[in-house]
Design a protein around this ligand. Structure first.
Ligand SMILES: [Zn+2]
Ligand SMILES: [Zn+2]
Length: 108
């Protein structure tokens, strides 16, 4: 839609700063199958921390759920509980909390 103005709007909006250079210097996540890229390195760092380094140790107790696979779980128990309460599993709040706790006992 904005393209109809022959692309000049973007340049003037950024007051002459090299927009194309900025795009070329995006920081790409080095993890396989992850296509994320960020203009700022700090943003990429935060992404790696939250998406790849947070131990996703809270696994879904349902066998056929992709979130039951090691590495595909949730970083926070609350998220797993929410997942169990979602349309996918339809557990009650109590059942979800119980299942999440039972299935994810701390390992020694
Ligand atoms: Zn990534
Ligand atoms: Zn699940």
């Amino acid at each position: 839609m904005l393209e109809t103005r022959s692309g000049k709007t973007r340049e003037s909006y950024h007051s002459g700063k090299a927009v194309s250079l900025d795009a070329a210097q995006r920081h790409f996540c080095h993890h396989a199958n992850c296509m994320k890229s960020y203009a700022r390195y700090s943003d990429l760092g935060r992404h790696i921390k939250t998406a790849h380094e947070t131990p996703s140790s809270f696994l879904c107790p349902f066998d056929r759920c992709t979130h039951s696979i090691d590495g595909q779980g949730f970083g926070w128990k609350d998220k797993l509980v929410n997942h169990l309460k979602s349309k996918k599993h339809k557990l009650s709040a109590e059942d979800a909390a119980y299942a999440a706790a039972l299935h994810n006992l701390p390992r020694h």
